[in-house]
Write a new protein. Structure first.
Length: 70
C-alpha cells in the first residue's frame, strides 16, 4: 500500500505521476534499495521513463503488459 505523508516521517516522498499517491522511493530517499527492486522489470514503452511509480500502479502496469505478451 502507498505511504501517506506524515509530519514525523523523515523519508522524502515521491508522487506517482499516474495516480497522484505519495510513496517512498528508496533510491530517491537515499537508501541502498527500493521496493521496486523486488518486482519484475517493467518494460517501458516509447516516451516513458524518468518518474517512479507507486507500488500499486507499478504492479498494475506489470500485470497489464505481461498479459499482453502472453
Amino acid at each position: 500500500m502507498a505511504e501517506t505523508i506524515g509530519h514525523d516521517d523523515p523519508l522524502p516522498k515521491s508522487v506517482c505521476p499516474i495516480c497522484g499517491r505519495h510513496f517512498v522511493c528508496g533510491m530517491e530517499a537515499g537508501q541502498e534499495e527500493c521496493w521496486c527492486m523486488e518486482r519484475p522489470v517493467l518494460p517501458l514503452e516509447a516516451g516513458e521513463g524518468g518518474a517512479c511509480l507507486c507500488p500499486e500502479c507499478f504492479d498494475r502496469l506489470i500485470s497489464e503488459r505481461t498479459s499482453r505478451e502472453a
